[in-house]
Design a protein around this ligand. Structure first.
Ligand code: THU
Length: 138
């Protein structure tokens, strides 16, 4: 994992809007073009409306016209490296192949390396939509 991606995740974490959890998270994605897109968590007084750092980074990537992730870094201030939530694992899997490396970080320097396929084994994928029968009575 290159330091530029980790640095980008650390820097955007400082922009997180987290008045309810006080748990800022930063995420950075590299894409096939080599560009880096970043996102932070943005909370809301209506709690379920808050968005995760990973979701913000994915939105920035799509807004930049890119759709293929090659590397991911996520950082938070917990003791242990922060794992993406279940929903974000599915969101990452939409745009990243299984072998894409994911570095989970804590601000204390702890790091864990994993990959998209290990974060979301047996993922629901587009094949499920198009194979078999979609007749609800079948
Ligand atoms: N959060 C993220 O942004 N990404 C993660 O990977 C884990 C959790 C956010 C959601 C919420 O704003 C705060 O962390 C506490 O759950």
């Amino acid at each position: 994992m290159s330091n530029d991606l980790i640095l980008a995740a650390s820097q955007v974490r400082l922009k997180a809007y987290v008045p309810y959890s006080n748990f800022p998270v930063g995420a950075a994605l590299r894409t096939v073009s080599g560009a880096i897109y970043v996102g932070c968590n943005v909370e809301n007084v209506a709690y379920p409306e808050g968005t995760c750092a990973e979701a913000g980074a994915i939105a920035a990537m799509c807004a930049g016209g890119e759709y293929e992730i090659t590397e991911v870094a996520v950082i938070a201030g917990s003791d242990r490296p922060v794992p993406p939530c279940g929903g974000c694992r599915q969101k990452l899997a939409e745009f990243a192949k299984g072998q894409v490396p994911v570095t989970l970080l804590a601000t204390n320097g702890a790091q864990e390396r994993t990959m998209v396929a290990d974060l979301l084994p047996s993922a629901f994928d587009p094949d499920h939509l198009t194979s078999g029968t979609q007749d609800p009575k079948a």
